[in-house]
Design a protein around this ligand. Structure first.
Ligand SMILES: NC(=O)c1ccc[n+]([C@@H]2O[C@H](COP(=O)([O-])OP(=O)(O)OC[C@H]3O[C@@H](n4cnc5c(N)ncnc54)[C@H](OP(=O)(O)O)[C@@H]3O)[C@@H](O)[C@H]2O)c1
Length: 282
């Protein structure tokens, strides 16, 4: 399948490029295609004659979105709307990636595709607006919600595991233990997304690492794997006030059909540790 990947320089974009060996991939970074410019989106997508578009482009700085909501809405809402218009014009599917932050996380069980979103933050609102824009324009869409995404690539990306590794030379690290989610290793998500594209089962999908943990649980497993002995101290989120509110409990589960289940979050972090040790950029 000839697939155009936009936002190809980020974590998921890089993972898709590695996973897509059997496909004809056309990866475009932000300097090659700015999804906020409708004319450019229409022109560039038409020029490549793809059979599907995957949107990995996003404004992912959750805290900065509180201070700059319009900038976040331009990338996370207007951008997907532009891609939906272009995909509709070409008559091809659009696979768009969204977030667990569309939920408020006030419940007690993992969230499925038919639960009702209620974002807490500007970032969450912008991601939900992007979902709604696509759904209102183009029926051939897959909206894939994922959560707590991380990868070894690009090495400059300060994701949560990399930050925790950078803090390991401290006497101890304090990590939030009262927020729960489904950590997702980008290569696992990339495999699932490429599988999903073959189904023509359009709609909303929850694709995230199976199971759930806290940031503290994730750090503990990360350090164990890497042989880091720095004590990991559990603290409440009130210890680290942030500009953007986070959902307290936003693990994702799926009740969609056909079933697409990712490896567990434990498998994900174990694989990340093996990959980061062998990565030439570390
Ligand atoms: N990271 C997470 O924890 C997480 C959790 C849940 C859901 N998600 C979602 O998963 C998806 C992939 O996330 P990720 O972690 O791979 O993101 P990422 O590493 O931050 O990459 C996002 C990419 O989007 C590009 N981009 C930004 N503005 C653009 C524009 N106007 N036009 C074209 N490209 C643009 C960025 O390019 P530049 O770097 O050049 O600006 C960057 O390469 C996103 O939809 C995100 O919302 C992520």
């Amino acid at each position: 399948m000839k697939i155009l990947i936009v936002g190809a320089g980020g974590q998921l974009g890089r993972a898709l490029i590695d996973a897509g060996a059997g496909h004809d991939l056309l990866p475009l970074t932000s300097s090659e295609l700015d999804i906020t410019e409708l004319g450019q989106v229409r022109k560039v997508t038409a020029a490549h004659c793809p059979e599907a578009i995957i949107n990995c482009a996003a404004w992912t700085d959750v805290d900065r979105a509180e201070a700059e909501p319009l900038a976040a809405f331009r990338v996370n809402s207007l951008g997907p709307r532009n891609l939906a218009l272009a995909a509709a014009g070409l008559g091809i599917p659009l696979l768009h990636v969204s977030s667990d932050y569309v939920f408020d996380g006030s419940g007690e069980r993992p969230l499925h595709e038919y639960d009702t979103p209620n974002p807490l933050s500007a970032y969450g609102h912008s991601k939900l607006a992007g979902e709604l824009a696509i759904a209102g324009i183009h029926p051939l869409h897959y909206i894939v919600r994922t959560s707590w995404l991380y990868h070894v690539d690009p090495p400059t990306r300060r994701n949560f595991p990399r930050v925790m590794i950078s803090l390991a030379d401290r006497e101890m690290v304090h990590v939030v233990s009262d927020q729960f989610g489904s950590p997702t290793y980008a290569p696992h998500l990339a495999d699932a997304i490429l599988g999903l594209l073959a189904t023509e089962a359009y709609g909303v999908w929850h694709l995230a690492g199976r199971g759930l943990t806290s940031w503290h649980g994730l750090t503990t497993r990360l350090y164990q794997n890497l042989g880091i002995t720095t004590p990991v101290i559990a603290v409440p989120s009130s210890r680290f006030p942030r500009p953007a509110p986070r959902p307290r409990f936003s693990p994702l589960t799926t009740i969609q059909s056909p079933q697409i289940i990712l490896p567990s979050w434990e498998d994900g972090i174990d694989q990340f540790c093996r990959d980061i040790v062998h990565s030439p950029n570390n």
